[in-house]
Ligand binder design. Structure first.
Ligand code: DAH
Length: 376
């Protein structure tokens, strides 16, 4: 800083100033020095030094001018020196303050700049996924049954033969076990019971009735396993929704009405339904439930040829169902003379394929995003 200019420490006489005309250039000179000092102060410490050099009471430049120039000035010069000094004082005071504000603002800006988030950088993308089509169809089925008073229960995928077979009226060596080629777990010798991967969701009928007294109205969504070779219609793991309703006065009409309601909600009001007699050890009577082919409108033909989906049959087999066999109630301490009910087991993969026109079950398990993105 160039503040210590000896001129302001000398008297006007010593500087050879004797006329009014010399006063103005003298002050202009001081002011120029001030301006250059001001722009040299860049931080708070520099600014304090600068302020004291100019405004300090004891030896600041303004004090020096007052003491050395104004006070001893001749009467002829006093007026001009006084006026110039006032002007200079006003300039110095306002600019010292302005400089402080500028430095503060600069510091703030620097701090902001340091913390600033660079919005021009590409962000990290967190793609949002969607539910798998199987999950979506589960949800559709659940919503329909919710709306008529069913609730959802879930059960273990590892089961005992008792729940998977025996309590469902399928004793050992019953031929129906051949239809369900079963994965058994390898267990240490002496294990209390064999364990298997459930071949259907029906064991949850037993577990539910063991846990609660009638009325029972549940659906059971879940995964099931059978030793099948994978092809367009088979997979060693697939999905079912079991249904069970038991009460003191459930009739075959309740059964058909419920199932028909479900199918119309799911496929639309125009589909037709029919029952065919069938056999399951845990229902009596047992039925296979068919729906008029949703692809050809139940005509069996499409585009002048045979409908490729129902192979001209006009009907598509949907799922098995029936009235709960009284023998089953014996396993859960229900009185078969007092209660009746119905059950059904819906294959979800099949239902999804029918509704969304998918012709290969394997596509569900490959998880190719080009497929998944079609069902956002
Ligand atoms: N559990 C049978 C299966 O997986 C499907 C089934 C048929 C379930 C009839 C039922 C039923 O509840 O009543 O093949």
């Amino acid at each position: 800083m160039s503040t210590s200019d000896s001129k302001t420490t000398q008297s006007l006489a010593a500087l050879g100033v004797t006329e009014t005309a010399q006063v103005t250039p003298l002050f202009a000179n001081v002011r120029a020095r001030f301006d250059s000092d001001a722009s040299a102060a860049h931080d708070e410490a520099g600014w304090k030094q600068f302020r004291d050099a100019w405004l300090g009471r004891k030896s600041g430049v303004l004090t020096q001018i007052t003491d050395n120039w104004l006070k001893p000035a001749t009467p002829e010069l006093k007026r001009a020196v006084g006026a110039s000094l006032n002007e200079l004082r006003a300039h110095v005071e306002s600019h010292v303050e302005a400089r402080r504000l500028a430095i503060e603002a600069g510091a703030e800006e620097a701090a902001l700049a340091k913390d600033r988030v660079d919005l021009s950088l590409p962000g990290v993308i967190h793609p949002i996924g969607s539910h798998h089509l199987i999950r979506q169809v589960f949800q559709e089925v659940e919503d329909i049954f919710f709306s008529i008073g069913f609730s959802v229960v879930e059960g273990p995928e590892i089961e005992t033969p008792y729940y998977n077979f025996e309590a469902l009226n399928i004793p050992e060596f019953h031929p129906v076990r051949d239809d369900m080629d079963t994965f058994y777990l390898e267990l240490p010798k002496g294990a209390p019971t064999p364990l298997l991967l459930r071949t259907h969701t029906s064991p949850m009928q037993i577990r539910t009735m063991e846990q609660q007294k009638p009325p029972v109205r549940v659906i059971v969504p879940g995964k099931v396993y059978r030793r099948d070779n994978p092809d367009a219609t088979h997979s060693f793991m697939f999905h079912q929704v079991e249904g069970l309703a038991v009460d003191t006065d459930i009739t075959f009409c309740d059964f058909t009405g419920t199932i028909e309601y479900f199918v119309r909600q799911f496929f639309g009001p125009s589909v037709k339904t029919r029952f065919r007699p069938s056999y399951f050890p845990f229902t009596e009577p047992s039925v296979e439930f068919d729906v008029s082919c949703p692809f050809c409108g139940g005509t069996g033909s499409s585009n002048g040829g045979t409908c490729s989906k129902c192979k001209g049959a006009a009907w598509i087999e949907l799922f098995g169902a029936g009235m709960v066999d009284p023998a089953v109630y014996g396993f859960v301490n229900y009185d078969p003379k007092k209660v009746s009910g119905f059950a059904f087991g819906i294959g979800i993969d099949r239902l999804a394929m029918l509704k969304y026109g998918i012709d290969d079950v394997q596509i569900f398990f490959q998880n190719d995003v080009r497929f998944l993105r079609q069902f956002p």
